[in-house]
Design a protein around this ligand. Structure first.
Ligand code: H79
Length: 609
């Protein structure tokens, strides 16, 4: 199947603190997404980066002490954006440093937690958009050593603890936005008289260059310097930073959010786990243990240990690396739930290390409803998130023969059989008992795995979802939508939308392992103006006709914060008979054109019994 390039839509987004409206395109610029195509992975340190897979991200700064509250009022959002969300004056924000005294900060404990979690490196905010240096900097007075009663340099303590424990260490550094620096990007005070945008140069020379120099000189070996939100920063600054980093620490990696098309690897949009393997060379997903990056008192949406492991596997199965964030509190301690979930997920990783570290991506561009794959040499690891109730797992077209199958870290063999190209793995009565939260089946093949058929497998046992992102389209488009669900946490989905004529169609290739009846459901968004539009879903000679109802999504309605939430509606359409096994197609076409039609997120096909 021809893989589609996933492009961004021009969804309007209302940006708090960004003076009115910016667009999703602006978000791309902010996160440096437009630069991704230019990256050629050649840096020698990408070897460890691609083998390690898993890193700890830490957001910690003055905002951690505030925890989402300013002057008694809670402002819901990503905590490190409190200054913007609560509209805190620069002087008041700077003065808050006198209350920052993180006496419970324990670098060793943090490093041990990262290790227990199975993370191989730590990347911490040395300076976030607030402009406050969490390290001893001579280039500014707004630092943890000069402006707080704490006086210690926690970055030094962490660097030393990492070195002692064999954990790689790196810094997050906000190179463009600096809300408290008069010539910095997005300064929140009144610019000095005579200011012109060119004065960014002053900020860059007097703060960014000296501070990045300090970070890459005084803290030992730095594995990664992680830049963020290049926005409209001139590419010449990105280029200068590359030269500086290369000169000071040639082994240090730089992420793509340095801007200007530079960087050694790609950071996807915040919290984005791509459903389809992206064609971006070396890349990572950054994510967080709850919803906010920095500590916020109200944020209790902790990912469970299983969810953490599942997200890690979904990222590495698509060929990426995963960096998961924790937000320590203002007193330096780590929220109890983060410790619990990271430790429990770390136990799973330790027990399944062979299927995680140093693995290759799944040979399939997408995951399966039951789980996902990683590989190493002639071994294939099936990470089973949900074991099929029937006790049997079906998988086709691995391109080589299975010589043995076992449960990883349990050393018990698993029965398997083969019917043509279809492999069946039988777990029988052990399903749901005696097994780890994500059992991993290790298959050893008689040769390297080689998947040539990327069509979605319809296995007759488990539901399969046909995603918008892999549809072939004519007269309609596949677009990415991004929005924030509650506060701060970005959601990403792809939709087939903007239908232009009755001849338009979206087509999915399916590989049917068992012929028969399937129950088809559709998940879609439908604005008011497309209500009652008529549609046909078909495969071969069989078809189902349906009409669309509104899904509650209204793109014209502004919501705060961020772009409009993309509401969807899931409906069961009916029973579709698929009479022959092997390669088939499934298609959706409009019967009439009302508005721009519906936005199709996915089609679910499950065995009908
Ligand atoms: O460091 C974390 C975020 O603070 C940073 N990137 C991750 C790793 C980041 N910078 N900018 N953004 C993320 C996107 C900003 C989104 C915003 Fe909003 C939407 C800013 C204004 C509207 C959310 C809502 C934050 C403030 C209001």
């Amino acid at each position: 199947m021809k893989k589609r390039l996933l492009k961004s839509s021009l969804l309007a987004l209302t940006a708090l603190g960004l003076n009115g409206s910016v667009f999703a395109e602006e978000m791309d610029k902010m996160w440096g997404k437009k630069s991704q195509q230019l990256i050629k992975p050649s840096h020698q340190s990408l070897k460890w980066f691609t083998e390690d897979k898993y890193a700890m991200f830490i957001h910690w700064g003055l905002y951690s002490e505030m925890g989402g509250v300013w002057q008694g009022k809670t402002h819901y959002g990503i905590g490190e954006w409190l200054m913007v969300m609560a509209n805190i004056p620069v002087d008041a924000y700077k003065a808050s440093a006198s209350k920052f005294n993180p006496e419970n900060f324990d670098a060793k404990q943090l490093v041990r937690l990262a290790k227990a979690a199975g993370m191989k490196s730590i990347i911490i905010t040395a300076k976030h958009h607030e402009g406050f240096a969490m390290f001893d900097s001579k280039a500014s007075d707004f630092t943890i050593t000069k402006a707080t009663p704490f006086k210690r340099d926690p970055m030094k303590e962490l660097a030393d603890a990492c070195a002692a424990e064999g954990v790689r260490f790196g810094f997050y550094y906000s190179q463009n936005q600096d809300w408290t620096e008069p010539y910095g990007g997005q300064y929140k005070g009144e610019r000095p008289e005579g200011y012109t945008p060119k004065d960014f140069d002053v900020y860059f020379k007097n703060k960014v260059v000296p501070q990045v120099t300090e970070l890459l000189t005084n803290y030992g070996d730095i594995g990664i310097i992680w830049f963020d939100t290049p926005g409209n920063m001139d590419a010449k600054y990105s280029s200068q930073l590359v030269d500086l980093v290369t000169k000071l620490q040639p082994n240090c990696l730089i992420n793509s959010r340095i801007g200007g098309g530079y960087g050694d690897y790609v950071s996807l949009g915040d919290m984005h786990i791509p459903p389809v393997r992206p064609d971006l060379g070396v890349w990572e997903t950054v994510d967080t243990t709850n919803d906010s990056w920095s500590y916020a008192w109200y944020d209790q949406n902790w990912k469970s240990p299983k969810t953490i492991c599942k997200r890690l596997v979904q990222v590495i199965a698509r060929g990426g690396s995963y960096m998961l964030n924790v937000g320590p509190k203002g007193d330096g301690s780590i929220p109890e739930k983060a410790i619990e979930t990271l430790t429990a997920s770390g136990d799973w990783i330790e027990a399944h290390a062979e299927a995680v570290y140093g693995t290759e991506a799944s040979p399939f561009d997408q995951g399966f409803s039951w789980g996902d794959l990683t590989t190493k040499g002639n071994d294939v690891y099936l990470h089973v998130f949900e074991w099929p109730v029937a006790g049997t797992l079906r998988l086709a077209d691995l391109g080589a023969n299975v010589t043995s199958a076992s449960i990883l870290n349990d050393s018990s063999n698993v029965e398997f059989s083969k019917d043509g190209d279809v492999l069946e793995i039988h777990l029988g009565s052990r399903v749901g008992r005696d097994l780890s939260m994500i059992p991993v089946v290790k298959l050893t093949l008689d040769g390297p795995v080689k998947v040539t058929n990327q069509a979605k497998q319809i296995d007759g046992l488990t539901p399969a979802t046909l995603l918008a992102g892999v549809a072939s389209t004519e007269g309609c488009e596949v677009n990415e939508h991004r929005w924030m669900e509650k506060f701060g946490e970005w959601k990403h989905d792809y939709f087939v939308e903007k239908w232009t004529s009755k001849d338009a169609k979206a087509t999915w290739d399916i590989n049917v392992l068992e012929a028969g009846d399937y129950l088809v459901s559709l998940e879609y968004s439908c604005q008011n103006d497309a209500v009652n539009s008529e549609w046909v879903l078909s495969s071969g000679d069989e078809s189902i006709t349906f009409i669309a109802y509104e899904s509650g999504y209204d793109a014209k309605k502004k919501v705060q914060p961020g772009p409009p939430r993309q509401r969807t509606f899931k409906v069961t359409l009916g029973v579709l008979n698929i009479p022959k096994t092997g390669l088939n197609q499934l298609q959706i076409t409009p019967r009439n054109i009302i508005g721009e039609g519906i936005g199709i997120k996915g089609i679910s096909i499950e065995p009908y019994r």
